[in-house]
Design a protein around this ligand. Structure first.
Ligand code: ATP
Length: 235
């Protein structure tokens, strides 16, 4: 691709208090790509996402989104540029209905999906509109967490382990959803432990180890690199 990357991360460092956890993360994501961040527990994948959305209080380096440097912007402003985040714990409010949860995040940018389209993408949600957040299955909560960032107008979606704890049939549904979002032109960064799943949806994979990107594997070369990947992930 000749187009400039949508997101470009260079020399990213981050700290939790005194604890230095990212030691110079470098990677690019091109417009319309699905890219995964793979790595063992504690490697720094979630911290990388939190740095991109600006919630790591202490971060350093360069994060350019759509040509603009964001490393010093507050998270509210970063969100308005069009970056949406689904945390690992999904962040569904148990006391709110599906519809209320969906409407919760503010629209940050034109181009968000109309609610009717979100229900077309996730028919289960439509049937559950008035259900409380607590009544949803893990898969439904994940769909709701994705659905509500689609409304905001974000065009870069950061999904932290969307398949965690879900049954295989639901994992497959999430895979189809990601494929449809890619077709619609969304750019997606996925944190995954399950590289089997990652290989069904992603264009490229970045491997993070101890706060650094140590490898990049195009999806087409994943099979050929499977032993290396097993060693990286300790599986
Ligand atoms: P996981 O899949 O376990 O979330 P990860 O690759 O996403 O793994 P991070 O959550 O980014 O890893 O964690 C990176 C490092 O930062 C780990 O050593 C972790 O213990 C530490 N860490 C994470 N969150 C905090 C926090 N709130 N306070 C202090 N240290 C933290």
């Amino acid at each position: 691709k000749s187009s400039a990357p949508l997101l470009s991360v260079r020399g990213l460092q981050a700290w939790y208090g005194e604890s230095h956890v990212l030691h110079g993360i470098d990677f690019d994501v091109n417009p319309g790509e699905v890219v995964t961040l793979l790595g063992r527990n504690g490697a720094g994948k979630t911290t990388t996402m939190k740095s991109i959305i600006g919630v790591m209080a202490k971060r350093q380096g360069s994060i350019r989104f759509d040509g603009q440097e964001t490393i010093r912007l507050p998270s509210r402003q970063i969100a308005r540029l069009g970056i949406g985040y689904c945390p690992e714990e999904r962040g569904i409010f148990a006391s709110l209905s599906v519809e209320e949860n969906l409407m919760l995040p503010p629209v940050v940018k034109p181009g968000g999906l109309p609610v009717a389209e979100i229900y077309t993408l996730f028919p289960n949600l439509k049937m559950r509109l008035t259900s409380q957040g607590t009544k949803l299955s893990g898969g439904e909560q994940q769909m709701l967490a994705i659905g509500r960032i689609l409304r905001t107008g974000a065009n870069l979606l950061l999904l932290d382990e969307p398949t965690e704890g879900l049954a295989p049939v639901i994992v497959e549904q999430i895979g189809h959803t990601i494929a449809r979002l890619k077709e619609r032109g969304f750019t997606i960064i996925l944190v995954e432990q399950n590289f089997r799943f990652a290989s069904t949806v992603a264009d490229r994979h970045y491997v993070i180890e101890q706060g650094k990107v140590i490898d990049m594997i195009p999806n087409a070369e994943l099979e050929a690199n499977i032993d290396k990947l097993h060693a990286y992930l300790g599986v």
